[in-house]
Structures are given as C-alpha cells and as structure tokens.
Design a protein around this ligand. Sequence first.
Ligand SMILES: Cc1ncc(COP(=O)(O)O)c(C=O)c1O
Length: 344
Amino acid sequence: MNFSSDTSAPAHPAVLEALLKANTGAASSYGADKVTQRLRARLAEVFEADEFDFWLVASGTAANALALACFCPPTSSIICHREAHIQMDERGAPEFFTGGGKLHLMDGEGAKIDFDPLKDYLDDFDPRNVHATPPAVLSLTNLTECGRAYTPAEIARLAQRAKYASLAVHLDGARLGNALAHTGATPAEMTWKAGVDVLTLGLTKTGAIGCEIILLFGAAKSKGRELQARAKRAGHMPAKMRFLAAQAEAMLEGGLWLQLAAHANAMAQKVAAAFVEDGHDLAWPVEGNEIFVTLDEQAFNDLQEDGAQFYEWPGGSHRFVCSWATTQKDIDDLAASLGRSMRR
Ligand SMILES: Cc1ncc(COP(=O)(O)O)c(C=O)c1O
C-alpha cells in the first residue's frame, strides 16, 4: 500500500529492456548516438512538430531550472502559482540557474493560475519602472500541484495573454501524461498548439528510471544551443546520453507513457471512490493520479498502522498517489483498512 508518490514506483520493464538493448557496443557520446537521434524522430511524431529542439536530463528540477534560465534574464521574473513545484520544492534552483531571476507568485484554486489576476498584473505592469522586476516567463504546471488538470483551452487563454506581454510560456509537465489521459487532449494540443514555448516533460513519474525531456517548440528552438551550453555548465550533459534516450524511447513507443498514465489515473479514481464511500472529503476533484483527502485522526492513525504510505500535505489534507504499478490489491487493501477503521 505505497501511495507515497509515483516516484516510489519501480521502473517499467519496457524501460529496463530498452536499456539492455541500448547497451551493445560503443556509441557516440553526448547525444550524438543513434538512440538519441531516433528519439528526435519519435518526438516529432508524438508532438506533431517539425520545429523543435530537445535535451535530456535525469531530474525534473534540473529540467525546469535549465528551461527557465533560457528565457528569464537575471533581472526579470517568472510568473508561477504560489504552490508551484518551482516555488515550493526546488530549493531555489530556478533563481540559481537564472542567476537571480525572481519568482512572481500568483493565486488560483487547485494551483491553477486564475486568468483575471494574471491579466490585471500584466495590464498594470509598467516596464518603464526601473524598480520593478519585469516578467519574462509564465510557468504553468499540468497536472497542477493539487492534481488538477488544465485543459488546452485554459492553457491557451493564459498563454495568449502572456504572449501579448511578450512573455515566454513554460509548462512543467512532470505529470503531463496524466493530464493528457484525463483530458483526452493530444500532446500537441496541450503544448505548442496552446502557446507553450518550452515544455519539461516528465517520464520518471510515469515509469522511467530517471528521464525528463526539455522541449523547445517553434521559434523557441533558437534557444537550443543556449540550453546545451547551460546544461553543460550545470553538469547536466550526460556522456552516455543513449541510456536516457533509450528510456524515453521505450516510454513513448506505442503510446506506453499514456497507457501507464491512464492506468494510474484509473487507480486514483478507485482510491478516491474508496475514501468517498468511507465518508471522507476530497480536497480536490481527482483529475489525474493524485488524491488529496482530509483524514480525521482516527483514520490517519489506522491507515498508518495498517502500513499505508502517504504524505501529510500543506493545508491539512493527505496526498495519495497512484502509479503504473498500483494494483487492484493495493486498492482492496486500502478499502479494507478504511473499513476496519470505521468499525473501530
Ligand atoms: C510538478 C513537479 N515538477 C517537477 C518535479 C520534479 O522533481 P524532481 O527534481 O524530484 O525530479 C516534481 C516532482 O515531484 C513535480 O511534482
């Protein structure tokens, strides 16, 4: 009953098989190998994109910080939600990698940025005021930190306003697969077609060992060399890049990442149903693989006693996360534990 995080899940066997396949003979280093080249073609297909560039790193924090640094000068800011991972959980990496760029925090329910305050802020911002920090990037997260899914239309509306103010648009897609599985949108619809310039696509939570892809779409492709240079300087230029590319290739092959995300989402619906049946309130609608539920002390203690693993979450709720590896038995065990707790 490990619902602590999708990062607690093992790697999918297809990823391990791909690593073994890539482990034959010598290959060019630093991304010049055949597997990384094949991945370019696969990404073009998956994202229906002709114009793009990409880079591979092993952590989401590195992906976000490197991506943002390409678009935010040290004297500018990145607009993000108050609860965004880049604000709450990256130990100042975006500020560090941008060389001092500031995060400008916005509000919105379910960790989604509200359109009106964003519009008001951008309308009112006076670029002639040398004392104020001009925004350079709008950063959105899908799934959000509350497990909510933006639709492509919601992203497009925010992105359009941001672009009107000449901002670049970044999407933290640590759980993009889950958002796509929930909304039914295509990867292209959720990203560059909605105005996203730079995507950090997480595959680690979906089933890889450690593989995050930074994608630069359309005109943002011109930042490709800068991204590489920044990755090198930051120590994120893996010499044996083929092993990161092999993970990505395995995940994208035949839409595996979306199938795994859909499984995790379906399991999350079952977890949510078990809580609701047991009389607990969900903090947010479940739109992906994360469940935020408010547990009373009794249920909290009983679940822990029965070995359930989950996190207490800021704001008073408890977070349960499903993954590709969550089984019906995990759900049954959780429901049984909740049932026992109710009878005590
Ligand atoms: C929204 C979001 N972005 C990025 C990350 C990536 O973090 P890490 O550096 O742990 O791979 C996470 C992981 O929890 C996340 O939830």
